[in-house]
Design a protein around this ligand. Structure first.
Ligand code: AHG
Ligand code: MN
Ligand code: MN
Length: 336
């Protein structure tokens, strides 16, 4: 009797993997995993779909423009900032594994569960809508998230959150651009998914993304140039003398996504207006730094100062940012 042939996929057919399947596959490779983190990632994926649909329908539903209030950072809140924040709080709040949620839009962290009895719980920090001033003009906006293990020994929720970015268990962002892209790391490289609107699922499009080590492009708000520390001005002179291009959307998710795929360097230096830098360590810099490092790039707050090693003292603190292709970050640091 002849042996039954082992079925194989024809060479033209690649495996089709959704974000959900990918998360479960990753979980299966860690026998000690309880599935808690997977549930949290699935809440983030649902939030991303809801926010993507709100962003797409914003003009039709008349939710563009300012909400009329300022957030804890003293910045104008857009209506969609508030909506995206509520979506994330609502989805994460329903997941058993979430102990504390902290958002750029809320002054205080939200305690979801009584943490004293928590066995294995997580803190989720996020910037619900990044680059929201681009909304009115149909520009790319995003959601950025960071997941830390809940520190049960901490005396209060603030203290549990004040962990350096190197302790992040997972981080990522969603870009609501010409397509909706979900970029994720759980500390083993960076994977990218695109929302297929016809089936409502994020599909894996690239595994183990690597940012190119060099690319002659910088991304910075050059309007602030005169108030940058001198070293940054020297770098910009050098870059311009050496044929670099300038690319700046003004939405960190969109700018960093371009750098992740094409290379280059993203800068938000200290300025007169924001002497410690504008970007927020816990909601923006740390998750982006983890993604970029996991893709082979570098992410610094200054010469010799890795963003992921900054010890936070306040959940809303700001930090200067230099991140992107390894060689391009080195060129900046050489001038500082
Ligand atoms: P947010 O919309 O969450 O407040 O973030 C805006 C941030 C970031 O996305 C972007 O890189 C930066 O602000 C742009 O700042 P400037 O307008 O000062 O260049
Ligand atoms: Mn932001
Ligand atoms: Mn924001």
């Amino acid at each position: 009797m002849s042996a039954v042939p082992t079925p194989v996929l024809p060479s033209s057919v690649g495996p089709i993997v959704s974000l959900q399947a990918h998360i479960l596959q990753q979980q299966a490779s860690f026998p000690e995993a309880t599935g808690t983190l997977s549930w949290i990632l699935s809440a983030l994926s649902i939030s991303a779909k809801i926010i993507a649909s709100k962003v797409r329908r914003a003009r039709l539903e008349n939710v563009l423009g300012a909400a009329g209030a300022e957030n804890v950072q003293g910045e104008q809140q857009q209506k969609l900032d508030v909506i995206a924040n509520e979506v994330l709080l609502g989805t994460l709040g329903g997941r058993e594994g979430v102990a504390i949620v902290a958002s750029e839009e809320n002054e205080e962290p939200v305690i979801i569960r009584d943490t004293a009895s928590a066995e294995r719980r997580y803190c989720v920090l996020f910037d619900p809508l990044d680059g929201s001033s681009n909304l009115d003009v149909c520009g790319g906006v995003g959601t950025i998230f960071s997941i830390l293990r809940h520190d049960r020994r901490a005396r209060d929720s603030h203290t549990s959150l004040l962990q350096p970015g190197a302790q992040q268990v997972a981080a990522g962002y969603v870009l609501y651009g010409s397509s909706t892209v979900f970029v994720l790391t759980v500390g083993h490289g960076v994977d990218m998914f695109v929302l297929d609107p016809s089936i409502g699922a994020f599909m894996l499009v690239e595994r183990g993304l690597r940012t190119p080590p060099k690319h002659k492009s910088y991304s910075v708000n050059e309007g602030n140039r005169r108030t940058f520390p001198e070293g940054y001005q020297r770098y910009l002179d050098w870059a311009q003398e050496n044929g670099y291009s300038s690319r700046y959307v003004g939405s960190m998710v969109a700018d960093v996504h371009r750098i992740l795929l094409k290379g280059g360097v993203f800068l938000y230096p200290p300025t007169q207006k924001a002497p410690k830098g504008k970007l927020r360590l816990m909601y923006e810099a740390n998750p982006m730094a983890m993604i970029i490092e996991q893709a082979g790039g570098k992410a610094l707050a200054g010469p010799g100062q890795r963003i992921l090693d900054v010890q936070p003292t306040d959940i809303h603190q700001r930090v200067p940012v230099i991140l992107g292709s390894a060689d391009e970050v080195d060129h900046v640091v050489a001038k500082l």
